[in-house]
Design a protein around this ligand. Sequence first.
Ligand SMILES: [Zn+2]
Length: 387
Amino acid sequence: MKYFVLLCDGMSDYRIESLGNKTIIEYANTSNFDFLAKNGKCGFIKTTPDGMYPGSDICNLSIFGYDPTKYYTGRSPIEAASIGINLGEKDFAFRCNFVTLADNYTVMEDFTAHHIDNYSAKRLISKLQDYFSSEGLEFYPGVGYRNLLVIRDAEFNLKTTPPHDIIGKKIDSFIPQGDGSGKINHIMNRAIDILKSENSSANAIWLWGEGRKPSLPNFKDLYGVDGSVIAAVDLIRGIGRLAGLEVIDVPGVTGFIDTNFEGKARYAVESLKNKDYVFVHVEAPDESGHMGRTDLKIQAVENINNIMLPIIIEGLKQFGEFRILITPDHPTPISLRTHAAELVPAIIYGTSVEPDENMFYSEFIKPSFIINEGYKIADFFINSRSI
Ligand SMILES: [Zn+2]
């Protein structure tokens, strides 16, 4: 049996008045999602454990089949793994966003530095590295605005805030607090001075998502299948690497609406010729949600429907026995411009999956299954003899 997971980041939403009180999924052309929903089963997954924040790291860990309450140590150590940084037991990794601050550096205007490109981000990271290397800090470039800072042999107990949660807000009540915050705030303030001469949309850095290295048991040992991961963003690639899955590079992926949707679908189907499981992550709906852009989010969903799903549905037929799981990791509602913790609607379609009464895919499906401990979805999807 072949297993295909299509993770549509932040896709689920609330009903939106300007769309005639429909959700994005209900409004967009989702003919292929609907085909799978009609001929498969729909249900809900609780990807955010009680008391945790619905971050993509936590929610994706759940869909991969790892209990976040047991394995989650922070977002940045996962991203560090994805770019091959070795973290020791005593080391800390931080996410280092390039951001745009407005009103004399008091307001979070944009958490992506207006989607700073890879080339500029890399150049600015090396500038920061030059300055801070005497303090023993290690800056690493990631993708666009998403970069990393590693501090070796350190101890922190901090409260930090994701910058995408404070868009348009004054930053003063969200700067890092707790043990070690003095050092972190010093770095953020110095970075503003260093970036001043650059005339870039990136006029500051924002440090958050800190943690030590997690240790995930091997995916194959847990679920009995060997697999691969396809994703543009370091976070998902890092989970894949820590889980012992192969991370496949697809040309032209961006983590945004201009990504190579077709390439992702083709490479994923191809990967199943020598492995039995693939996890494909699409970031575009989430980014559109953070931007509050209804039009872009509709387009992201329709690109998945029109470009990816035909290739996936057709391509899987060659394998005879297969299952598809399609799910968001969490909602990123347009009205909130950040993540929400509601259960996400999922479709399972394929071999030994009996159709239920759902005719369409939406946030308002009639659930045939409810996975309240979200990480159990992996075992349910892979090892249930029939669904
Ligand atoms: Zn997400």
